[in-house]
Design a protein around this ligand. Structure first.
Ligand code: ADP
Ligand code: MG
Length: 220
């Protein structure tokens, strides 16, 4: 359901061309839990962003669930992303002036869903944030922020969740809570693609793909 064909991403900088991705060919089936590994700078974030419909490659094709992402008009692609793809960032990226219920509701509205506050509170309760619903991100710990971000990514019932080093800023207990929620989404049939340069999430992976210098070095 995720297919990349000959995907390259090249940045032209003053110091010449940098290939963040080099001729990547990849197929990920519905229901896989894929760990993208590789050292810092190997292209993990760039690969996730191209799959997330947020970054157009310099060449090649990216399809998600039969749709060719970068042939869609920008507004159509944004709608497709909101309805089908959840994203969890290392640095959370919650809107600072909204409380966490409003953060989740906002992403629901962006995908055209008119959800109730009660439904959001129920989801936040399942993530152990029942008593934090009306707090703003600055009032939460890192672990709570990331669980709120998981709530945001789950709320639209996406087909895929992409997670970029989601436990990179968390202590071990919060890291395993976050991974547990992703594993639960996977257990219900969701597809997870998680980038990490460390050992996190290896135990959940149905496949590990190793990147080096923007190319796939190994897939096991
Ligand atoms: P990773 O997530 O594995 O650390 P990235 O995908 O962030 O790797 O980056 C891959 C390579 O592309 C790195 O060499 C990085 O410096 C380069 N890169 C990423 N984004 C840009 C950009 N906007 N401009 C120039 N180079 C970039
Ligand atoms: Mg990265």
């Amino acid at each position: 359901m995720v297919v990349l064909e000959n995907v390259s991403k090249c940045y032209r900088t003053r110091r010449g061309e940098i290939y963040a991705l080099r001729d990547v060919n990849l197929r990920i089936e519905k229901g896989e839990f894929v760990v993208l590994s590789g050292p810092s700078g190997s292209g993990k974030t760039t690969l996730l962003m191209t799959i997330a419909a947020m970054l157009r490659p310099s060449s090649g094709r990216v399809c998600v669930g039969e749709r060719d992402l970068y042939t869609m008009a920008t507004s159509e692609r944004a709608r497709f992303r909101a309805a089908n793809i959840g994203f969890v960032f290392q640095m959370f990226h919650l809107v600072p002036y909204l409380n966490i219920v409003e953060n989740v509701l906002l992403s629901g509205r962006l995908s055209g869903r008119n959800a109730s506050r009660a439904a959001v509170e129920d989801l936040l309760g399942q993530l152990g944030l029942g008593d934090r619903a009306s707090h703003k991100p600055a009032e939460l710990s890192a672990g709570e922020k990331q669980r709120a971000a998981i709530g945001r990514s789950l709320f639209n019932q996406p087909q895929i969740i992409l997670a970029d080093e989601p436990t990179g800023n968390l202590d071990p207990d919060n890291a395993s809570a976050v991974l547990g929620h992703l594993a639960k989404f996977h257990g219900k049939g969701g597809t997870v693609i998680l980038a990490t340069h460390g050992p996190a999430a290896r135990e959940f992976a149905s496949r590990t793909i190793r990147l080096r210098g923007g190319a796939i070095e190994e897939s096991v």
